[in-house]
Ligand binder design. Structure first.
Ligand SMILES: CC(C)(COP(=O)(O)OP(=O)(O)OC[C@H]1O[C@@H](n2cnc3c(N)ncnc32)[C@H](O)[C@@H]1OP(=O)(O)O)[C@@H](O)C(=O)NCCC(=O)NCCS
Length: 142
């Protein structure tokens, strides 16, 4: 996950192996991924609290993008989480992350608000966080 993350986020903003280990040790944190051969190509890291699942991070390897991997992963994980009683996705994404914003909008997320200057880039620039959510689909669940 740290390797895919390194290639996915701006310099200085990727998370180390140790940070992933610490997150994975926290209550309610789970990861799911898609593997091609022996290579992790897309993954999602989530923290579940009561009936909400917060997307901590989501990334696809650069040479595998726009093939539907992250969308499929989101869809599959949503089906799993609905069975576990989760009802809503939450996340925040940097306001300058056009592909990320487009990806979430395309997958049915809507914008709830904005945290001004929430992210600080390595060069010192501050970037707003866009808060998004989506109710999980409950079709077929009785
Ligand atoms: C966002 C991200 C996870 C999408 O992964 P992916 O496997 O390429 O996603 P999918 O193929 O399922 O979805 C692609 C859709 O997302 C949107 N999208 C993805 N990249 C885009 C880009 N560069 N510009 C505009 N829209 C983009 C489009 O709607 C696209 O559909 P299209 O290809 O039919 O136009 C990937 O671009 C990534 O790893 N980005 C860096 C990390 C990141 O920003 N993560 C999200 C914030 S936590």
């Amino acid at each position: 996950m740290a390797g895919v993350h390194l290639d996915a986020f701006p310099p200085g903003e990727s998370w180390s192996v140790r940070q992933f280990e610490d997150l994975m040790a926290q209550d309610g944190v789970i990861a799911r991924g898609i593997v091609h051969g022996s290579e992790l190509v897309s993954f999602i890291l989530i923290q579940i609290a009561v009936d909400q699942a917060e997307i901590l991070t989501l990334a696809t390897a650069p040479n595998q993008r726009r093939n539907g991997l992250a969308g499929n992963l989101l869809h599959q994980v949503e089906a799993e989480l609905v069975l576990r009683g989760t009802a809503v996705w939450l996340l925040d994404v940097a306001a300058d992350n056009a592909p990320g914003l487009e990806f979430y909008a395309r997958n049915g997320f809507s914008t709830d608000g904005r945290r001004h200057g929430y992210y600080q880039r390595v060069e010192g620039k501050r970037v707003d966080a866009i808060l998004m959510s989506k109710p999980m689909a409950r079709q077929g669940i009785t």
